[in-house]
Write a protein that binds this ligand. Structure first.
Ligand code: NDP
Length: 275
């Protein structure tokens, strides 16, 4: 019988996940279907239950259900537990296994696709919600020289630094303190949703070193205000989150199917499509 997977979110019609997973399945010869489920904002559990009852094997979870999926899981992987959010579920009997591959996907994209080592580098992470939280552990695992978290709501950045303090060298700051004592970073990651609305987090050009990688987690928005600022600052490399999207999908695919797809051709095809 053909195995069923889906991505659940609201809104979800824009999702590229069906395209990505269909490409992976075709490439690896896996017999599966992958659809989209738009659940009502208060209807995650019901929609997930219905999918499971119909034989569903796994779900990708996107906005706004990453916390609902966290509550729904029976078995949380460390990445999901520490991120406080879930982006992939696997159903086996009564068990609901949960994971979060966003951070691993980000690091894979930076290190392997873009060729930027994180080890020994100065990393600035903008944002302190789900996407930023998920990135912290995988970044720390690469042993950066320092990881600084900055968020508009300062208390969230300080809370994250405190929560992950046992896992590596990290600290927090406000945007105003960052502006007051300019410091350059080797990798600056925009994990805020500011670019979704054409906004710019209040960072100065000083944060980008000349060799800097400026990484925008949002994808498909072209030269966002953040990437434009980095370009003006002379950052060596600009990247958006399309590679992260495909890499986190690949991690979920391996977790579900036990087969690793090739991501390069899928990233290339999706990049062209988004342009
Ligand atoms: P949330 O909406 O939960 O996070 C919002 C974050 O952005 C908060 O830290 C918020 O600060 C900050 N923020 C919003 N607007 C501004 C602004 N104008 N200036 C400064 N900070 C701002 O989103 P997620 O954490 O889930 O995701 C962040 C982005 O990453 C999303 O836009 C999403 O598209 C992208 N993403 C991409 C993925 C990929 O695979 N490429 C995967 C996951 C996410 P405050 O706390 O003060 O409100």
């Amino acid at each position: 019988m053909t195995d069923k997977y889906a991505v659940i979110g609201n809104p979800i019609s824009h999702s590229k996940s069906p395209l990505i997973h269909s490409s992976f399945a075709a490439q690896t010869g896996q017999d599966l279907t992958y659809n989209i489920i738009e659940a009502p904002l208060d209807g995650f559990r019901q929609a997930a239950e219905a999918f499971r009852s119909a034989g569903g094997r796994g779900l990708n979870v996107t906005t706004p259900f990453k916390l609902d999926a966290f509550a729904y899981a029976t078995d949380l992987a460390d990445e999901a537990r520490l991120a406080g959010a879930v982006n992939a579920l696997k159903f086996e009997g009564d068990k609901v296994f949960a994971n979060n591959f966003d951070g691993v996907g980000l690091v894979h994209d930076i290190v392997h696709n873009l060729g930027f080592s994180i080890t020994g580098r100065r990393v600035l992470l903008l944002g302190a919600c789900g996407a930023a939280r998920g990135a912290i552990l995988p970044i720390l695992a690469q042993k950066p020289d320092r990881l600084l978290i900055v968020n508009r709501t300062e208390s969230s950045a300080y809370a994250l630094a405190e929560q992950f303090s046992a896992c590596g060298e990290l600290s927090a700051s406000s945007y105003s303190a960052l502006g007051a004592s300019p410091t350059a970073f080797d990798i600056v990651i925009n994990a805020t949703s500011a670019s979704m609305r054409g906004e710019l987090p209040p960072v100065h050009t000083d944060v980008f070193s000349p060799e800097c990688l400026a990484y925008e987690m949002v994808y498909g928005k072209g030269l966002t205000p953040f990437l434009r600022l980095a370009q003006e600052a002379g950052a060596a490399r600009l990247a958006d989150g399309v590679g992260m999207l495909v890499e986190q999908a690949a991690e979920a695919f391996v977790w579900w199917r036990g087969v690793r797809p090739e991501t390069g051709p899928v990233i290339a095809a999706l990049t062209v499509r988004l342009e």
